[in-house]
Design a protein around this ligand. Structure first.
Ligand code: GLN
Length: 242
């Protein structure tokens, strides 16, 4: 089996170690004998995005978002084609925001999003920035579990009707929101840096399964030893008292 991933704007959108997500996908595939190809694609580079099983876009500060959004929008048709062909999308923070209608920064400048979904993001004042550790209760594919991460965003994402999880500690989509992230079909979008996948291997495996589905249908993934990852998550959940 082979999983093909494209890491978009790897040189600009890589906050708080988001790159670690690509490493986790690669390692967890390789440990199971699944070949994993990670290509990168940045401003001006040609790519056939619908040829990938997994599309990954990390977070970025307002500056990076304003640098990439035009290039991203120029790829809208190709991204749409990828969505229709069953590509899985993992979007973190700034990447999450850019799949919605728009992102309005603190100075009132509007950065257009792809507009695939009805949510939109507007920046808040400094006192209401969402910063710190975050813990969620997530239900995916019928299982409920706790996930941990780190958030740092001024953007308040509103009009999310299908969040990723319930906030147990931290903020989420908006200041003290109660809910975090967005899921729809093959798209998982979240404010959780950390990075997300090394801290939450159960999310990593679900993403690998979804990505493989495009070419191989439902596959059963061999279980890996996650003792260390699980212990690390337990320490954080205990510290946050959730
Ligand atoms: N610039 C965006 C915000 O502050 C996204 C930040 C991020 O990706 N961490 O909301």
């Amino acid at each position: 089996m082979k999983l093909k991933m494209v890491w978009m704007y790897h040189d600009l959108m890589d906050l708080y170690g988001d790159k670690g997500n690509t490493e986790v996908i690669r390692r967890r595939c390789e440990k199971r004998g699944i070949e994993c190809v990670v290509d990168t694609c940045t401003i001006g580079e040609e790519a056939d995005l619908s040829s990938y099983d997994l599309f990954f876009l990390g977070g970025g500060a307002d500056r990076e978002q304003s640098l990439i959004f035009e290039d991203l929008i120029s790829r809208k048709q190709d991204i749409e084609k990828a969505m229709e062909s069953g590509t899985t999308f993992l979007l973190i923070c700034g990447g999450y925001q850019l799949f919605g209608k728009y992102y309005k920064d603190q100075d009132g400048n509007i950065i257009d999003g792809l507009g695939f979904f009805d949510y939109y993001t507007e920046s808040t004042d400094r006192d209401h920035r969402c910063i710190g550790n975050i813990a969620l209760e997530v239900t995916m594919d019928g299982d409920t579990f706790k996930a941990v991460g780190f958030e740092n965003h001024g953007g308040q994402t509103k009009n999310v009707t299908t969040p990723l999880g319930k906030v147990l500690f931290g903020h989420g989509n908006t200041y003290k929101s109660g809910y975090e992230g967005f899921v729809r079909d093959n798209v998982l979008a979240t404010y959780m840096h950390g990075p997300l996948l090394p801290k939450n291997p159960m999310i990593a495996d679900r993403i690998i399964k979804r990505a493989l589905k495009r070419s191989y249908g439902d596959v059963t993934l061999e279980k890996l030893d996650d003792t260390i990852e699980d212990k690390a998550r337990e320490v954080m959940l205990k510290r946050l008292k959730v």
